[in-house]
Design a binder for this molecule. Structure first.
Ligand code: WT7
Length: 650
């Protein structure tokens, strides 16, 4: 990316931490100095926040890169660290999970409850013949049993593979087969958009093709009708009748904890493998540091689904290892009304909210008056993850959710990194809207050019991670060579994240989206993220997705799909005028080279189930092709909506 239009976006706003938060912060600037002086000693110290059954002999073994071993010789039990030790410390009555179902049913689960439920599930799985090292697939809605199932696997050393409950038969089948899972844990169904949605038929079809599966445990959630096979067992007959005592055994620090498949749209999904000691160390520490979590008083809410890594690390393992009280919600943000999230924040007095830019932009589109209708005064910290957050969405989040005063932490990481890597520290960093700022203490990242040479401040290129980190993926399940090829070959010795990035004049990191999405216009590399942010900075725009379409004169040309904000008139000439204005607006903010050839006003954008925009499909529209594979779309009717309602200006 030698010719990247670096610093196209002149974002100069900066928001220092609130003085009161800084004064009481869990982590201060000292942590950076400490980690810089001795990175391994720093992680050694963070690992000691956990309870280990056996101490380690070596912090990091990097003698056979890229295969890392952290806390070599150490032993611990992940579930013990998330449950037993808190109950032993007298915290059994503390609420672990305030759960809310989409229809409005609720459950309050204390740490003592969660320990009992997990022990029962561990005993039941053991009775079914599951032993350490076996794989268990979990295909559940967002109900407490999802966390219980994961913790029970961790407790007995079985490796879980959670498959998002919205995935199809094929996706589930591939994942069960790739990991040779012995047991599947599922439910009759869950609630989604106001109605029960069945899961069991998908499992039936998948299991019919998966001879390794010996048993299917079924939670009753919706009470819907299910067909029963001889492999099926009800959770309430099996787990809820099992013994309530279970003694957790320690496992090796490098024992496999879970496999999670990245949702690749073209290539075969990759089973990302995470292990025990390093993973728990980093997710536990980052929960403490980045969310400034105070377990006695905070009420934490991460809105992700447990089927994504965000749910693994910041619903299950991070918060629970810190003895946090958290909220878990089953459903969608607009069921039964668009204030649902804010109602939940208000009801449980949430103090920390962690959500995704796609949701923030959706809330912007729905209008400022919706959050304004609720009491959000309990909130003290806001987080974002999953995509680059456009500066205007960041500002809106802080303004309309954060009363114009709360810190926003924009956290960059990946399924592969296991835990957060680049993020502000809320008590230390003066955050810039749209920037993930700096690598966390103990993390080494850089931005390099094509040749792997670090770019100077002001330059752009590829994001790399230059030293191993505790929660790094250990391999791709069953495919060491693919692990090496995908992540460690582009820049030997360094991890290639696949994201474009730039360093600003102060050396802070700005993520520019996946490198595959960068556009080449008249010989200039232009980031989709920057053009999208320029569009979203216009008061009439809620959301935008930009793609490069083949163009006879410029190689690629910029085509933008834009969702107007709720109040904006786009009929007839007003629409044409808005399009003209937006094209000029982008040219003015980024320079004439970035002026979109074409802007289309659309009601929706195609997104994957984890909320990422599927630019591939928009490229098909922009280049007048028939659509490629749409099976990973969250809502398959969106593409029809886009193609039928196009208002396009050239
Ligand atoms: C990709 C990883 C991290 C858990 C959820 C997604 C993008 C993620 C940010 C951020 C800019 C971000 C990157 C990354 N991404 N967070 N704060 N700023 N981009 O996990 O599905 O493995 O996706 O999401 O492109 O590589 P994932």
């Amino acid at each position: 990316m030698s010719e990247t239009l670096a610093n196209l976006l002149q974002e100069t706003r900066e928001f220092p931490p609130p003085a009161a938060l800084a004064a009481e912060a869990n982590v201060t600037a000292e942590a950076y100095a400490e980690a810089a002086a001795d990175r391994l000693a720093f992680w050694d110290k963070q690992a000691r926040r956990l309870d280990w059954a056996r101490d380690w002999d070596q912090v990091l073994d990097w003698s056979n890169p890229p295969f890392a071993k952290w806390f070599v010789g150490g032993q611990l039990n992940v579930a013990y660290n998330c449950l037993d030790r808190h109950v032993k410390a007298g915290l059994g009555d503390r609420v672990a999970i305030h759960w809310e179902g989409e229809p409005g049913d609720t459950r309050t689960i204390t740490y003592a409850d969660l320990l009992r439920m997990t022990s029962q599930a561990a005993n039941a799985l053991t009775d079914l013949g599951v032993t350490a090292g076996d794989r268990v697939a979990i295909y559940l809605p967002m109900i407490p049993e999802a966390a219980v199932a994961m913790l029970a696997c961790a407790r007995i050393g079985a490796t879980h593979s959670v498959v998002f409950g919205g995935f199809s038969v094929d996706a589930l089948t591939n994942r069960i087969q790739d990991a040779s899972a012995k047991v599947v844990i599922t439910a009759d169904g869950g609630y989604r958009r106001g109605k029960p949605s069945a899961l069991k038929p998908t499992v039936d079809d998948a299991v019919a093709q998966c001879p390794t599966v010996e048993h299917v445990l079924v939670v009753r959630r919706t009470g819907g009708e299910v067909t029963w096979t001889d492999k099926d067992l009800w959770w309430h007959d099996t787990v809820e009748t099992a013994a309530e005592q279970h003694e957790a055994q320690p496992f090796d620090a490098e024992h496999p904890l879970f496999i999670l498949y990245t949702s690749g749209t073209t290539a075969r999904p990759k089973g990302i493998l995470h292990t025990t000691g390093g993973y728990l160390t980093q997710v536990s520490y980052t929960t403490h540091a980045v969310f400034d979590l105070k377990p006695e008083t905070d009420v934490f809410w991460c809105t992700a689904d447990i089927g994504w890594v965000t749910g693994h690390s910041y619903i299950v393992y991070g918060p629970l290892s810190n003895a946090a009280t958290q909220i878990m919600y089953e459903g969608t943000p607009d069921t039964p009304h668009k204030g649902r999230f804010w109602e939940i924040v208000d009801r449980y007095r949430a103090t920390i909210l962690y959500t995704a830019p796609t949701l923030i932009r959706t809330m912007m589109k729905w209008g400022d008056d919706i959050p304004a209708g609720y009491d959000l005064s309990s909130l003290r910290l806001l987080g974002s993850v999953g995509e680059p957050i456009n500066p205007e969405a960041w500002i809106w989040y802080r303004q309309h959710v954060g009363r114009g005063e709360l810190p926003v932490v924009d956290t960059w990481w990946q399924t592969e990194t296991g835990g957060m890597m680049i993020s502000p520290l809320p008590g230390v960093t003066a955050a810039k809207p749209g920037s993930a700022m700096s690598p966390l203490p103990g993390i080494s990242a850089d931005v390099v050019d094509d040749q792997g040479v670090p770019v100077p401040n002001g330059g752009g290129g590829y994001l790399v991670l230059s030293e191993p980190w505790p929660s790094m993926l250990r391999t791709i399940w069953g495919d060491d060579q693919r692990f090496i090829d995908t992540y460690w070959s582009r820049f030997p010795g360094r991890y290639f994240a696949g994201d474009g990035a730039k360093k600003d004049a102060d050396g802070h990191v700005w993520l520019l989206g996946r490198v595959d999405d960068v556009m080449l216009v008249s010989g200039h590399n232009i980031s989709t993220t920057e053009v999208e942010s320029a569009l979203v900075s216009h008061p009439s725009v809620a959301e935008a997705a930009v793609v490069g379409a083949t163009d006879p004169t410029t190689g690629q040309a910029i085509v933008a799909f834009t969702i107007p904000r709720g109040h904006v008139d786009t009929a007839g000439e007003a629409g044409e005028a808005l399009i003209a204005e937006l094209r000029n607006h982008v040219a003015k903010s980024l320079g004439p080279i970035a002026k979109p050839r074409q802007i289309m006003l659309v009601p929706e954008l195609p997104k994957t189930r984890s909320g990422k925009i599927m630019r591939r499909l928009l490229r098909d529209v922009a280049e007048n092709r028939s659509l490629g594979d749409v099976t990973t779309l969250q809502d398959s009717s969106v593409m029809e909506l886009i193609s039928s309602g196009l208002t396009s200006g050239k």
